[in-house]
Design a protein around this ligand. Structure first.
Ligand code: ADP
Length: 425
């Protein structure tokens, strides 16, 4: 029996959970991501678990309840430190959910102080004097001010978080962070004296995140984007190692399904077609006309799979998507295409596909559900933020399945072909 996990993480959405898991693996931890709170203990021995919730925009009471349930499970696995992961643009409203969830976790853990920082400079998220920048502009000028669910109109995170919590919010600013861990520890002691319960932390380079790492060792709870994770494994004596991302050997047939209409995905679809591999486009209007498009796609794919990867895609350019949405409605079109692609993914796995690339964040959620996947072991990174994973699926009849879930604008143009080459290497 292992001694239990080192780091227990609670993520407020699915792709954010993968992003965090990927950072931890790169820093040397063996990581499993679970879809929701697992019902029993883990089947593999790992250093960290990321429980993926969908709690970013639900009612605060529900987000709190789910997060506490995740906490209880992580504690039962022996987690020595808890990490609450949210979006690198601090997506939230004055009602929450970052403040209420943090507060509830602090109460449950009996801790009087924690940090909060979405900084991840290598990905263009920096915090200076408590102000969050996305790329070269303030959060409130980044487009996030118009987000449909969590409009971010104030770039000052001390103010933003203070509006969501009864605890006093403070700042560990760049002066302390640039001087290193001892200065951060001293600043934490000072803030505690002042009755501050949560502090936003500045970071303008990834070195800042690594520098502050040792100062975070004693805190029972950390709250952050995925960036802070790069400095944590060292606190547990864990160093980067290829062992961390090792997955069981890959076998079986190969396929790509894509429901993402992002620019990068459009380029990836074109690149795959140009490479000469077979590709089939899904027409949403035929799905809505009642044609069994999934069955058609599976019949098309079946004889081709033996000779290499195939692609089934709904990916289309913005004008085509608009036209479909105009006829079917935005949500209806989206949900219908997601269901169809998920059914195709399941059918492909039932037909022997054991290496599956899925493109699209929402599409990935639908596919993971259709494949009844509860846990993903995180493997090597294909492109920044996108790792290969290994999972057990009911559809693969007890055999393991290699899976990568690529959201929106991630990945190079040749992503759909190079992913498979990487698994064979
Ligand atoms: P991304 O990660 O690129 O945002 P998602 O899968 O999250 O991708 O979202 C894409 C959405 O667009 C999904 O709901 C998908 O079903 C929908 N969609 C895909 N293709 C089409 C299409 N041709 N017309 C309309 N909607 C589509």
């Amino acid at each position: 029996m292992g001694a239990g996990i080192l780091l227990g993480c609670i993520a407020d959405d699915f792709t954010g959970a993968s992003d965090l898991a990927n950072n931890l693996v790169r820093a040397g931890m063996r990581v499993v991501q679970t879809i929701g709170v697992p019902e029993g203990p883990l089947s593999v021995e790992v250093d960290a678990v990321v429980v993926a919730l969908k709690s970013r925009t639900i009612a605060p009471e529900q987000a709190v309840a789910q997060s506490l349930e995740a906490l209880a499970w992580l504690q039962a696995q022996g987690a020595r430190q808890i990490y609450f992961k949210y979006c690198s643009t601090f997506d939230s409203t004055p009602q929450g959910n970052i403040g209420p969830v943090t507060e509830a976790l602090m109460d449950a853990l009996g801790c009087d102080f924690t940090i909060a920082t979405p900084a991840f400079p290598d990905n263009g998220r920096t915090v200076f004097k408590g102000y969050l920048f996305a790329g070269d502009v303030l959060l409130s000028e980044s487009g996030m001010q118009n987000h449909p669910l969590t409009p971010m109109t104030d770039p000052n995170l001390v103010r933003v978080l203070q509006a969501q919590t009864r605890r006093k919010v403070g700042l560990i600013d760049y002066r302390a962070v640039s001087q290193g861990a001892d200065a951060v520890r001293a600043r934490i002691a000072e803030l505690r004296e002042q009755g501050v319960g949560m502090a936003i932390v500045d970071a303008v380079s990834n070195e800042d995140l690594l520098r502050m790492g040792p100062a975070l060792k004693e805190l029972p709870l950390l709250t952050a984007g995925s960036g802070v994770a790069i400095g944590l494994p060292a606190n547990f004596g864990v160093a980067p190692s290829p062992q961390a991302s090792r997955l069981p050997p890959a076998g079986g047939l190969q396929a790509v399904v894509s429901g993402s209409c992002s620019l990068a995905t459009n380029r990836q679809v074109l690149d795959f077609i140009k490479s000469g591999r077979p590709a089939l486009a899904i027409d949403p209007l035929r799905i809505s006309a009642g044609v069994d498009v999934a069955a058609e796609a599976l019949a098309w794919a079946e004889p081709l799979l033996e000779s290499g990867p195939v692609l089934v895609y709904a990916t289309a350019d913005p004008a085509a998507v608009k036209a479909v949405q105009g006829q079917l409605g935005v949500e209806e079109a989206g949900a219908m295409v997601e269901r169809c692609i998920a059914a195709i993914a399941r059918g492909l796995v039932q037909r022997g596909v054991r290496q599956l690339v899925v493109a699209g964040g929402e599409t990935s959620g639908a596919c993971v559900q259709a494949l009844s996947i509860a846990q993903l072991q995180i493997g090597p990174q294909i492109d920044p933020g996108v790792p290969w994973c290994h999972a057990q699926s009911v559809a693969s009849g007890g055999e393991g399945l290699h899976l990568t879930l690529k959201s929106g604008n991630f990945g190079s143009d040749d992503f759909f072909t190079k992913s498979f080459k990487m698994l064979q290497a």
